[in-house]
Ligand binder design. Structure first.
Ligand SMILES: Cc1cc2nc3c(=O)[nH]c(=O)nc-3n(C[C@H](O)[C@H](O)[C@H](O)COP(=O)(O)OP(=O)(O)OC[C@H]3O[C@@H](n4cnc5c(N)ncnc54)[C@H](O)[C@@H]3O)c2cc1C
Length: 389
């Protein structure tokens, strides 16, 4: 068993590491200042400028297939990259990406939605959650009724990431209430100018999701993504596209936080000694480092399974659950080590504290991951012996 990175993986990882240090981290104070004034951390123009800089070195569409101009990188490489990006809270991501389910769109839809999204000219959002249907997505009530060659959509979606900025949405609606998720849910590509409205939702983090309102929104049949009635499978495909990437980003955040804790512990003197000399502090640092290491291997193991074409869903749930729980414990310890300063807005610790909390909620809460993991074990789909058997 060889746990080392290939030369190419190392070089790619190191390039991203340098890019984050050189181009992203210097923006952190500005981002904090702006966010605290209620403004976006970085403007769209600044984001595009950074993305263009990265593109000069080939970093564009890291998981986008090469035939669409992307890098088509492996899951393992992408996880390594996400961990590096996670070392800063600046909301940067590489350009050239699009939602996985848009790649299965028809040729016309690809021209209208996929290609402009990859090019950064259009912004999409994925809308399944409703006020009455979150963890239980099968309870969605947004409806679509056929009217000639069109469909009329009615309902409300909530907590939709990019819902304020998106100019089109991939929205899931019930087209056959009798069939429900077994053939009665359809995905529609709906432009904002077809008539849906968005209302921003204020959250404890810097993510600004939105509610989307559909009131008699008329959508032509050609805007159905995939087949009528096959929407729920597409939703699951979207959600399952890269659950391992969420905890991958948390690895970088936790590394950075623990580095801050170590630095602070060495410099902060109480009762005549640096707090780094105290066992209470050392144990918090030690436990955090052990958990980061464990998380790294859980994420890489899930990514390895994705690359190998093995059914990786269980491994991804394990990594997502562990990452959410441990990242929150780690940021809490790091805040504790910083004492009162940790609680202030002078340091980014509280920023991370708020952001990492989301990891335990979106794209499957902790409880839903545990439910999946337990079910897999109880039904015998997987064994406690793990992937190696
Ligand atoms: C910032 C943010 C961004 C989001 N972005 C999107 C997006 O882009 N698109 C989108 O469609 N959705 C999005 N969501 C929605 C997100 O996926 C849901 O919030 C999440 O799935 C949980 O659903 P819920 O909030 O309705 O909680 P609920 O499902 O009501 O759950 C409430 C609590 O009950 C627990 N629970 C539920 N069922 C069970 C069970 N069977 N057993 C044990 N415990 C259970 C949950 O774990 C949770 O603790 C986003 C949410 C947030 C906060």
């Amino acid at each position: 068993m060889d746990f080392s990175l290939s030369e190419e993986e190392r070089q790619t990882r190191d390039w991203v590491r340098n890019f984050v240090q050189r181009e992203i981290q210097p923006l952190e104070q500005t981002v904090l200042r702006r966010e605290r004034a209620g403004e976006p951390g970085i403007s769209k123009d600044e984001l595009h400028e950074l993305q263009a800089k990265a593109r000069q070195f080939g970093f564009w569409g890291i998981q986008t297939p090469t035939e669409y101009g992307g890098m088509g990188l492996s899951a393992t490489m992408t996880a390594l990259i996400e961990a590096e990006l996670g070392r800063s809270f600046v909301p940067f991501y590489f350009g050239g990406a699009a939602d996985n389910i848009l790649f299965s769109a028809s040729e016309d839809q690809q021209r209208e939605y996929l290609l402009p999204t990859i090019a950064g000219e259009r912004i999409s959002c994925f809308a399944i959650t409703e006020p009455g249907a979150g963890s239980d997505a099968s309870a969605i009530r947004t409806s679509a009724r056929q009217d000639g060659d069109d469909w009329i959509l009615n309902g409300e979606k909530t907590f939709i990431t990019r819902g304020t900025d998106a100019d089109f949405t991939m929205v899931f609606a019930v087209t056959d209430p009798d069939k429900g998720v077994n053939g009665g849910v359809t995905c529609f590509l709906v432009d904002r100018d077809m008539g849906w409205k968005s209302e921003p939702i204020d959250t404890m983090g810097e993510w600004g999701p939105a509610a989307l309102i559909f009131d008699e929104v008329r959508v032509p049949s050609r805007n159905i993504l995939g087949e009528v009635g096959q929407g729920f499978a597409l939703a699951l495909q979207w959600i399952g596209r890269g659950r391992y990437l969420l905890p991958a980003r948390a690895i970088g955040a936790c590394e950075r936080l623990v580095e801050m804790a170590i630095e602070h512990a060495k410099n902060r003197v109480t009762f005549g000694q640096p707090i780094a000399e105290r066992q209470a502090i050392q144990w918090m640092i030690a436990d955090s480092a052990v958990e980061i290491e464990a998380l790294r291997w859980l994420v890489l193991s899930a990514a390895f399974q994705v690359d190998s074409g093995i059914d990786s869903r269980h491994a991804q749930s394990v990594a997502k659950l562990y990452g959410g729980v441990k990242a929150n414990e780690i940021v809490d310890r790091v805040l504790q080590i910083h004492g009162g300063m940790g609680y202030t807005r002078e340091l980014p610790v509280e920023r991370w504290y708020r952001e990492l909390r989301l990891l335990r909620i979106y794209e499957g809460t902790d409880e839903i991951q545990r439910r999946t993991i337990a079910r897999n074990l109880l039904k015998g789909h997987v064994s406690v012996r793990g992937a190696l058997g």
